[in-house]
Design a protein around this ligand. Structure first.
Ligand SMILES: [Mn+2]
Length: 340
């Protein structure tokens, strides 16, 4: 029997990461389309059930158009059971918005466990203490949230299907089971990089084979560029160009370039964003380099706010390494950078 585990689809998300509002709208539609494609995949490949482990929608405001497509995906595939556990984003809004709950949309109100042939069970609870699963069954449990794996072991769980984190992440639950966050189906912007998709479980004779299936229409690639040794924008351009060529990134994808290291010279990030923005779907440059002088001693006589700040910290009766951290954070803050 095949079962799909997905979560955190965030339909109708605002997509504030895009400067171009038409791209935000396009990405909203692409996410919906990826969901539709996943259901089509399930129907073509004899998948018996799809587990949606929360955050199907981005908020409690669900647009009628999106709801209609999702409802038709479910009711149009009566051979697939759709298990749904609400996430912290949409809460109960999805089920409340449906005028009729399709028969194959399985929720976890009073009933907490569904049973299939070969002793396969699917449950969802809000706390592991609610579980009482038989050791002779093959038990799948859905949960949306952060877990302490220790609290879920010794519960006869074979596969804990999780939602909440947007990256694929897995681990063991004692000697019997595994837990897994499937991650989202599509990254929503520049903060959700890497491959995105769903997990396909094949369960036969009490054995399970989980396979991650890449499903996203577009991937966001994070490219760190150490700018410590460069003289200016032209050098940065050459480094970026080499790195993008080396990775053979599709022009349909998103690119997040992160400057790291110690910045010696100013770089025209706006120009580079524009240049590469014409080659890829969307490009964002994030400057995480530091402005800290090589030696704090060099800057401590500066007639500037920075120099004044360094002098003020150096006079404190704090351990030297602590002073350095404070100076680093302070200088970054003065430069308008994130300090954590
Ligand atoms: Mn989420």
């Amino acid at each position: 029997m095949k079962i799909i585990h997905c979560s955190d689809i965030h339909l109708d998300a605002v997509m504030s990461g895009f400067r171009d509002s038409s791209k935000a709208e396009e990405r909203r539609n692409e996410i919906l389309l990826t969901f539709v494609r996943m259901v089509r995949y399930a129907s073509k490949h004899d998948v018996r059930a799809i587990m949606i482990v929360g955050d199907l929608f981005d908020s409690t405001r669900i647009s009628p158009g999106t709801l209609d497509i999702v409802e038709k995906c479910i009711s149009g595939n009566p051979g697939i059971d759709f298990f749904y556990a609400a996430g912290n984003h949409e809460k109960d809004a999805f089920l409340r918005s449906l005028s009729v709950i399709p028969e194959n949309l399985k929720t976890f109100g009073d009933k907490k466990t569904y049973r299939y042939e070969e002793g396969i069970t699917v449950s969802s609870v809000s706390d592991p203490s609610e579980l009482s699963l038989s050791s002779s069954d093959f038990n799948i449990v859905m949960y949306h949230g952060t877990i302490r794996p220790n609290a879920w072991k010794l519960k006869n769980i074979d596969y804990l299907a999780l939602g909440h984190f947007h990256e694929l992440k897995e681990g063991s639950l004692g000697s019997r089971g595994r837990y897994c966050y499937s991650g989202c189906l599509e990254g929503r912007g520049f903060d959700e990089c890497g491959e995105k998709g769903f997990v396909r479980l094949t369960i036969e004779n009490g054995m399970m084979e989980p396979v991650f299936m890449q499903a996203a229409r577009r991937t966001c690639h994070e490219i760190p560029i150490d700018i410590s040794a460069i003289k200016g924008t032209g050098d940065a351009d050459a480094l970026i160009s080499d790195e993008l060529d080396r990775r053979q990134i599709s022009s349909e994808d998103l690119v997040k370039i992160v400057f790291t290291g110690r910045k010696a010279n100013d770089i025209n990030a706006g120009f580079l964003e524009k240049k590469y923005g014409e080659e890829y779907y969307a490009v964002r440059i994030i400057d995480e380099s530091t402005n800290i002088p090589e030696s704090i001693d060099e800057a401590k006589y500066d007639v500037s706010l920075k120099g004044e700040f360094i002098r003020m910290v150096m006079e404190k009766d704090w351990p030297e390494d602590e002073k350095r951290v404070v100076i680093e954070m302070g200088i970054n803050a003065l430069g308008g950078k994130k300090i954590i």
